[in-house]
Design a protein around this ligand. Structure first.
Ligand code: NAP
Ligand code: HSE
Length: 435
């Protein structure tokens, strides 16, 4: 199909804006093959055009004059990645009112002025998309608006601020609050003014947006009760750990008897709860609803490229649903080969039963080594006069493990069946606790 060229303007070219440009450039061929559209950043509004930039755009793209974007009607799609309510709000309003579609990563803007912005979009026929404003890379807005439209979501519990989760995780590892916050700022997770992160204001705006979308009723920011993590100390973190819990900044919204409760604040979370395991700048949102019971979405909640992925996804949704839209087409654009099933590598748990006498272990080790399967851990237990061996291997292709097991089963010293079960772990096998 012939490619459609789509000029895109950015309001802002900072951590997120530069990453949007980078993704559109580096993934441009893939996006074009999948959608038939080539999205190009042709204009970007900044405060200082002379500042040194990561992933600098071509000469002439940066401008400090808002009219270069607002007054150019050929720029039909604009991504607002500058932050703040002023002047971003009036800019976005003007764009929407004149029929231009806007993607925004700005949770404060959507939470505070969403009603007005959506009204402007509705009357001009433009689109306002805001996936990146909540939980960066996690596509929770699309899931709520499309996938869960027929379920009555009545409860949201989430970790929706990457900076505070990063800080609390770092404090759990022994770093101080100040060290951890400085690190989060350096890594580009924090807002321009990090008080919005640590004070809970960022999470509150995200919760207002999430609950508005989930409950289908506007939840004003003022309804969200907010407490930040400024009062959390090492003593709280240690006490939680001693009680098998973790301190997390939770955003919670509940629909009870048709009324809304929404709050952000520190909570002790039991280690068995899925949110306890969400660490660093990661976010997660648990949604409870009539038909779905419970769904948890987890992923990177902050960071330039992570947030840019959601901005780009919204840009693609706009071009896919307007004019030369493609979202009804067959999504297949190339042919991949199937990986032979035995080629996929994983660590393995092996259970082997053998005679308990000298030289047997050497023969087992020989069969494993012949297939290049390396042992990471081994425990031997006596059972009915035999030895049961519990083995964890380093990563090895399934086919090689199968061949090694077949050879082990054929050994005269083998007793009982030898089995292999894949090990799934976030940690390397060397660091696995032995259950
Ligand atoms: P940033 O690095 O501070 O970048 C802001 C950009 O906007 C800069 O290029 C800045 O220009 C420009 N800008 C700001 N005010 C301006 C004004 N009045 N006129 C013209 N240009 C202006 O911020 P960011 O981290 O990319 O965040 C951008 C948005 O994404 C915010 O709404 C934020 O909440 C949201 N977000 C960020 C993350 C993240 O992890 N960083 C994640 C999710 C959502 P100069 O470069 O010249 O200063
Ligand atoms: N400052 C925000 C956070 C960025 O730390 O989660 C994502 O909105």
């Amino acid at each position: 199909m012939p490619s459609v060229d789509v000029p895109v303007a950015l309001l802002g070219y900072g951590t997120v804006g530069a990453s949007v440009h980078r993704l559109l450039e580096e993934q441009g061929d893939e996006i074009e093959r999948a959608t038939g559209h080539r999205l190009r950043v042709v204009r970007a509004l900044v405060r200082d055009a002379d500042k040194e930039r990561r992933f600098a755009p071509a000469t002439g793209v940066l401008t400090t004059d808002p009219a270069d974007v607002l007054g150019d009607s050929s720029l039909a799609i604009v991504a607002e990645v500058m932050g703040g309510v002023e002047p971003a709000g009036p800019y976005v309003l003007e764009l929407l009112a004149s029929g231009r579609s806007v993607v925004t990563a700005n949770k404060q803007l959507v939470a505070r002025r969403g009603a007005e912005l959506f009204a402007a979009a509705a009357s001009s026929g433009a689109q306002l998309r805001f996936e990146a404003s909540v939980c960066a890379a996690i596509p929770v807005i699309k899931v709520l608006r499309e996938s869960l439209v027929s379920t009555n979501v009545h409860k949201i519990v989430g970790i929706v601020n990457g900076t505070t989760n990063f800080v609390l995780s770092a404090m759990d590892e022994g770093r101080t609050y100040a060290q951890a916050l400085a690190e989060a700022q350096e890594l580009g997770y924090a807002e321009a003014d990090p008080t919005d992160d640590v004070g809970g204001g960022d999470a509150a705006a995200k919760l207002a947006i999430l609950s508005t979308v989930a409950f289908g009723s506007r939840v004003p920011l003022e309804w969200v009760a907010v407490e930040g993590i400024e009062g959390v100390t090492q003593e709280h973190v240690r006490a939680a750990r001693a009680l098998d819990m973790r301190v997390k900044l939770l955003a919670r919204a509940t629909l009870a008897d048709g009324r809304v409760d929404a709050r952000v604040g520190p909570a002790f979370v039991d280690v068995r709860h899925p949110l306890a395991a969400v660490e660093g700048p990661f976010n997660a949102v648990m949604l409870q609803g009539d038909a779905i019971r419970e769904i948890t979405l987890e992923g990177p909640g902050a960071g330039g490229i992570e947030t840019a992925s959601a901005v780009v996804a919204d840009l693609v949704s706009i071009v896919g649903t307007t004019g030369t839209g493609f979202l009804q087409d067959d999504p297949v654009w190339h042919e991949l080969e199937r990986l032979p099933p035995g080629d996929l590598a994983s660590p393995w748990y092996l259970r082997l039963e053998v005679e308990d006498r000298a030289g047997v272990l050497e023969r087992l080790a020989h069969e494993l080594a012949s297939e290049g399967v390396s042992v990471a851990r081994l425990v031997q237990q006596p059972v009915d006069g035999h030895a049961t061996l519990h083995v964890v291997t380093h990563e090895a292709p399934a086919g090689r493990v199968d061949r090694a097991l077949a050879a082990i089963r054929a050994l005269p010293e083998s007793r009982g069946d030898a089995i292999a079960i894949p090990v799934v772990s976030q940690r390397g096998v060397e660091n696995l606790g032995w259950a």
